[in-house]
Write a protein that binds this ligand. Structure first.
Ligand SMILES: Nc1nc2c(ncn2[C@@H]2O[C@H](COP(=O)(O)OP(=O)(O)OP(=O)(O)O)[C@@H](O)[C@H]2O)c(=O)[nH]1
Length: 404
């Protein structure tokens, strides 16, 4: 394996700047607030799934490891790293858990090198989960830099293994989690590995909770999902495969339990039949190393599926976005042309409708108003004149104002 031993301290200066501007914000500085908003907006713009900054690459495959607290994500990550090293697969390792004390593997990119979770907790007066979430938010604002680091090494890598915070919802249900996932998925084939604690899922109701969570992640991320039934050294995962394949067997397991949750679980298992059919499930043991080959096979198949189905969907969404943008531009131009024809050389202020403020009062403006408008540094408005940049009081005949 070709893992760089280097630890990338990802523009901690830039992230710290964002953090300190957020701190100033909490102290009541409105200018800092404005700057921070602009920073975050710019970063999010760059990460926009619909408009990736660069070309889509077939390699490396990104494996995002998620799972309930204690399911064995970090131990499995360690195992995956050792397996890739032993199998001559070229991997890159990323840790996105800011609260982890020690990692059993070396991470090439570690959120802890960039954001200090305890400092974030102190500065913003947050609890542990708020601290983790805010740290992840800060990191997400600079995630375009992470993507470019990986892009630069793309030719030398087969996999990027990503460990996520212990509290699953912090990653799967947060805006930053979505930004990070989408940033990956718009540049590389991306697969979610959902880790399940097999011994704890032997109860049908717990198994159902886990499957519902897996299903919600599939819907949320729209990415291929591999369910890794972990800890098979303690309990084999065969029962889970049977439950997913045959509704009757699952029903039989529920028979001894007549409580309300089990009645609900019974009907849910029918509803999940379609989900089970398209799911890749493998048994692994992070401790013994069993099931690693099956896991990587499932990941490869999912990456293929990504290229066939998910990438196509992504491209479709991107085209649709472009089409809408084109329509909007054409509409604006038509509107501008009509307004100019109507005004017959008088001053025209066009409002494209996205920000309709003051539309009625600004439809017609005299020269003085326009001069004031120019002095007012409102970024939402761009002033176009038929002449130079500045507005000549005597000469300005036609002026069109666009607001976006
Ligand atoms: N027997 C057995 N134990 C395991 C296996 N994988 C993990 N464990 C144990 O499960 C516990 C939790 O493992 P972690 O890797 O810390 O789990 P995690 O999901 O990363 O935990 P958080 O990050 O705190 O949510 C530890 O005691 C591990 O030793 C496995 O395959 N077999």
């Amino acid at each position: 394996m070709d893992i760089d031993s280097e630890h990338i301290n990802l523009s901690s200066k830039a992230v710290n700047e964002t953090a300190s501007s957020m701190q100033m914000d909490s102290e009541g500085s409105s200018s800092a607030k404005g700057k921070e908003k602009v920073d975050i907006a710019k970063s999010i713009e760059k990460l926009n799934i619909e408009e990736p900054s660069s070309e889509f690459k077939r390699k490396p495959v990104i494996i995002i490891v998620v799972g309930m607290a204690g399911s064995g994500k970090t131990t499995l990550m360690h195992r995956l790293v050792s397996h890739t090293q032993a199998s001559n697969l070229r991997g890159y390792v990323m840790n996105l858990d800011p609260a982890v004390m020690t990692l059993p593997f070396g991470a090439n990119i570690d959120i802890r090198d960039t954001v200090r979770y305890k400092e974030v907790m102190k500065q913003f007066n947050l609890g542990p989960n708020g601290g983790i979430l805010t740290s992840l938010n800060l990191f997400a604002t600079k995630f375009d830099e992470v993507i470019s680091v990986i892009e630069k090494r793309a030719d030398q890598l087969d996999y990027v293994l990503v460990d996520t915070p212990g509290q699953i919802e912090i990653f799967t249900w947060s805006a930053s989690g979505a930004i990070i996932t989408e940033a990956f998925a718009s540049t590389f084939p991306t697969v979610i590995a959902y880790v399940v604690d097999t011994p704890r899922s032997e109860s049908p109701n717990t198994f159902m909770s886990n499957m519902l969570y897996a299903c919600s992640i599939l819907y949320k991320t729209r990415l291929p999902l591999v369910v890794a039934f972990n800890k098979t050294d303690v309990a084999q995962h065969q029962f889970a495969l049977e439950w997913m394949e045959d509704f009757e067997i699952f029903n039989a397991a529920l028979d001894s339990d007549q409580s309300y949750p089990s009645t609900l679980t019974r009907s849910l298992s029918l509803a999940l039949e379609e989900f089970y059919k398209n799911l890749r499930a493998v048994g692994v043991s992070a401790v013994s190393g069993a099931g690693m080959d099956a896991f990587f096979k499932a990941v490869e198949a999912s990456a293929e599926e990504y290229m066939e189905t998910y990438k196509a969907d992504l491209d479709k969404r991107r085209l649709e976005k472009q089409r809408l943008e084109e329509d909007r531009r054409r509409e604006n131009m038509d509107k501008l042309r009509k307004e100019m024809e109507k005004s017959r050389g008088e001053t025209v202020v066009l409002n494209t409708g996205l920000k309709d403020r003051d539309a009625s009062t600004k439809t017609m403006m005299d020269d003085e108003d326009i001069e004031e408008e120019g002095e007012d540094e409102d970024e939402d408005f761009e002033t176009f004149s038929g002449e130079e940049d500045g507005i000549d009081e005597d000469e300005d005949e036609e002026i069109a104002n666009f607001s976006f």
